[in-house]
Design a protein around this ligand. Structure first.
Ligand code: NAD
Length: 255
């Protein structure tokens, strides 16, 4: 018996086999879950489709989370195919490279809003459209980073967007708890992915983890996947509104 036998859910955020969402997908699949996937655009579809099919997925849909209509279309399709779902994985974020590189005080109105929209508001919109498909309850997990709660050099607008994302997790959890819908975030340590390549001083962040984090090493997509699996499974039926650190979080030794 797998931990996720009989459970179905959708994963937003696979871009390639280095994506954190892919680490989560593999863990969920191994635990017996049935998965649907979304991809951002046609270029990424070429990478996402074979990955999704390798896990036996039959529902693979386009979705730009900047569009309510596209998010709604995903959940309409899931309702038609499955009726209900048990979980949603939100592993999506975006800020313009230029916006991440410049000093935070120079952030543009457009760049700030875009980071907020794609990286934070999208969780709220996704949750809204998922609700009708979770009449008996469910679990929603998003991905965050330590830069939400402390000023991490180079993280800039994304740090502010992650702070909004973490606050959204708490508000959604408080509102939806009575409906047995749990909302949590996994705060992952730095991992080399497509999105991470836009973050300034990224290699330095990896080195810091190797030298000063409690485990004295970086964490992997699989480890973030296992923590997400726990939060999405019935092992965590009493856990909601939580920011779950996979890397030791604040426990980084001072130099
Ligand atoms: P990734 O590039 O593999 O994934 C980011 C995903 O966001 C991609 O699939 C991309 O297509 C998607 N995306 C961007 N804009 C979108 C839009 N408008 N609509 C739909 N999808 C869109 O990188 P990742 O590191 O796996 O990122 C996944 C999540 O993990 C992000 O929220 C990221 O902030 C978070 N995270 C990453 C790290 C890290 O070090 N890599 C650490 C902590 C948190």
């Amino acid at each position: 018996m797998g931990l996720m036998d009989g459970k179905r859910g959708v994963i937003f955020g696979v871009a390639n086999n280095r994506s954190i969402a892919w680490g989560i997908a593999q863990q969920l699949h191994e635990a017996g879950a049935e998965l649907a996937f979304t991809y951002l655009n046609e270029a990424l579809e070429k990478r996402v489709r074979p990955l999704a099919e390798s896990l036996g997925s039959k529902i693979i849909l386009p979705c730009d989370v900047g569009s309510d209509d596209e998010i709604a279309a995903v959940f309409t399709e899931l309702e038609q195919q499955w009726g209900t779902i048990d979980f949603v994985v939100h592993a999506v974020a975006f800020a313009n490279r230029g916006e991440l590189k410049k000093p935070f005080s120079q952030a543009s109105r457009e760049g700030f809003s875009l980071a907020m929209d794609i990286s934070a508001y999208s969780l709220v919109a996704m949750t809204r459209y998922a609700l009708p498909l979770m009449p008996e309850g469910g679990s929603i997990v998003t991905m965050t980073y330590l830069g939400a709660v402390m000023a991490v050099p180079g993280y800039n607008v994304m740090g502010v967007a992650k702070a909004a994302l973490e606050a959204s997790v708490r508000y959604l959890a408080a509102e939806l708890g009575p409906q047995k819908i749990r909302v949590n975030a996994v705060s992952a340590g730095p991992i080399k992915t497509l999105a991470a390549s836009g973050v300034g001083n990224f290699n330095e962040k990896l080195r810091t983890m190797e030298e000063r984090s409690p485990l004295r090493r970086t964490v992997s997509q699989d480890e973030v996947g296992k923590a997400s699996l726990y939060l999405l499974s019935d092992l965590a039926t009493g856990v909601t509104g939580e920011i779950h650190y996979v890397d030791g979080g604040f426990n980084i030794s001072a130099e």
